[in-house]
Design a protein around this ligand. Structure first.
Ligand SMILES: Cc1cc2nc3c(=O)[nH]c(=O)nc-3n(C[C@H](O)[C@H](O)[C@H](O)COP(=O)(O)OP(=O)(O)OC[C@H]3O[C@@H](n4cnc5c(N)ncnc54)[C@H](O)[C@@H]3O)c2cc1C
Length: 321
C-alpha cells in the first residue's frame, strides 16, 4: 500500500487525539503542525473537568454516552504510555447555589441512574446540597497531552513548529486536517460554521490539603497539581485585556466559589491563566469536509474533553473508508 501523508494543524486535544487515531491507518504518516507546540491553546490550560452533565442546568450533554468512553480510552492510553495516571475518577459534585439550580439538579437526579441528589455533601467544605456524578473525572490536561503525544510519537508521528496560513501551504500532503480552535477565526479560506471566541480565565490557588472530588456550580474547582486548586472560569464575550486580567478574574471567581465553598474562596493566589474557547451557535462541535482531502474539526466550546476523542475517532472512520 502507498504511504498516505497526513498533515494535522493544531496540537490541542483535537489535534493530538486525531494524530493518535490516524496513526492506526496502515501506511499513514502523520505530521502535526502548531504555531507554538503541544497544548499551546485552550487545551493546555483547561481545568480538566469531564462529565456528561456539563452546563447550567446539568442536562445530559448531546452525544455524551458515545463520547465519554472515547475520552476515557485515550486517558488510559496516555497514562499507560508515561506510566503515570493523567486523570482521577473522583466523581464531580454540583452544589446548588440558587433555587433554579436546586430545581434543575434535583430533577436530573430523578431522571438518570448515573447521578444522585446529595442532601449531605461529599465534603464538609461544601455548604450546599447538590448533584453527585460518580463517573466524573479530573484530568491533568498538560500531562494527558504529553502522554498521548508520546504514544503518537512512538507510532512515528512528527511535530513541526510552524504556523499554517492557508490549506495551500500543505499541498505536499495527501490529506490535511485543521483543528486550530479559535485559529479558524483568522483562517478565512476554510469554511466552518459561524464561530465566536469566548475568553476564559481561571485562578490557581494554593491549597495544602486534598479536594475529595471535582466541583462544578456557577464556578468550578479541580485539583490536578500538587498543592494547587484550579478555580474557574470566566465566560467573557468581550474584553479589554488580552491574556490574564487578574483583577477581573479574582473578583468574579472568588465571589462565585464563596457561594458554595467559603473556606476555599480566599486561598492565596498562585497564578491566573487565560485562554479562548471556540464556540458555535448551537454549542455543538463541527466536522466539516471542505474537500475529499481537507477536513476542519472544532467548536468544542467548554466541553473539549468530552468531545475531542469522539470527533477524532469519527475522522479516523471517515479516512479509513
Ligand atoms: C479557562 C478554560 C477552562 C476550560 N476548562 C475545561 C474543562 O474543565 N473541561 C473541558 O472539557 N473543557 C474545558 N475548556 C475548554 C477546552 O479547553 C477546549 O474546548 C479545548 O481545549 C479545545 O481544543 P482544541 O484542540 O479544539 O483547540 P486548542 O486547544 O485551542 O488548540 C488549537 C491549537 O491550534 C494552534 N493553532 C491555531 N492556529 C494555527 C495555525 N494557523 N497554524 C498552526 N497552529 C495553529 C494553537 O497554537 C493551538 O495549540 C476550558 C477552556 C478554557 C479557556
Amino acid at each position: 500500500m502507498d504511504a498516505m501523508n497526513i498533515a494535522i494543524v493544531g496540537a490541542g486535544f483535537l489535534g493530538v487525539a486525531s494524530a493518535w487515531h490516524l496513526t492506526q491507518i496502515p501506511g499513514a504518516r502523520i505530521t502535526l503542525f502548531d504555531t507554538k507546540g503541544i497544548g499551546a491553546g485552550a487545551s493546555g490550560i483547561a481545568a480538566g473537568l469531564l462529565h456528561p452533565f456539563a452546563g447550567a442546568k446539568a442536562t445530559r450533554n448531546w452525544m455524551a454516552d458515545e463520547s465519554f468512553p472515547e475520552t476515557l480510552a485515550l486517558l488510559k492510553i496516555a497514562s499507560q504510555t508515561i506510566a503515570t495516571p493523567v486523570f482521577k475518577q473522583s466523581g464531580i459534585f454540583r452544589p446548588a447555589t440558587t433555587l433554579q439550580q436546586h430545581e434543575d439538579f434535583y430533577k436530573r437526579a430523578s431522571e438518570y441512574a448515573d447521578c444522585s441528589w446529595c442532601e449531605t455533601t461529599p465534603s464538609p467544605l461544601f455548604t450546599k446540597p447538590g448533584l453527585f456524578i460518580p463517573a466524573g473525572i479530573q484530568v491533568d490536561c498538560p500531562l494527558y497531552l504529553e502522554g498521548l503525544w508520546k504514544a503518537c510519537s512512538k507510532r512515528g508521528a512528527k511535530l513541526i513548529i510552524e504556523t499554517i496560513n492557508s490549506p495551500s501551504d500543505l499541498s505536499d500532503f495527501d490529506i490535511s486536517v485543521f483543528t486550530i480552535g479559535t485559529g479558524f477565526l483568522d483562517l478565512k479560506e476554510v469554511m466552518t460554521p459561524p464561530l465566536s471566541a469566548v475568553k476564559g480565565q481561571l485562578l490557581e490557588l494554593c491549597y495544602d490539603d486534598i479536594l475529595e472530588c471535582g466541583v462544578s456550580s456557577h464556578a468550578y474547582l479541580a485539583q490536578n497539581k500538587h498543592k494547587i486548586i484550579t478555580a474557574g472560569a470566566t465566560y467573557e464575550h468581550s474584553w479589554q485585556v488580552e491574556g490574564p486580567d487578574i483583577e477581573r478574574c479574582e473578583a468574579e471567581i472568588r465571589a462565585k466559589v464563596a457561594a458554595f465553598c467559603p473556606k476555599l474562596a480566599d486561598l492565596a493566589l498562585h497564578e491566573c491563566k487565560a485562554g479562548y474557547r471556540a464556540v458555535t451557535k448551537d454549542k455543538k462541535p463541527f466536522f466539516v469536509e471542505v474537500s475529499p482531502n481537507c477536513y476542519c474539526l472544532g467548536g468544542l466550546g467548554s466541553k473539549g474533553l468530552l468531545y475531542h476523542a469522539w470527533l477524532a475517532k469519527r475522522l479516523f472512520k471517515t479516512l479509513q473508508k
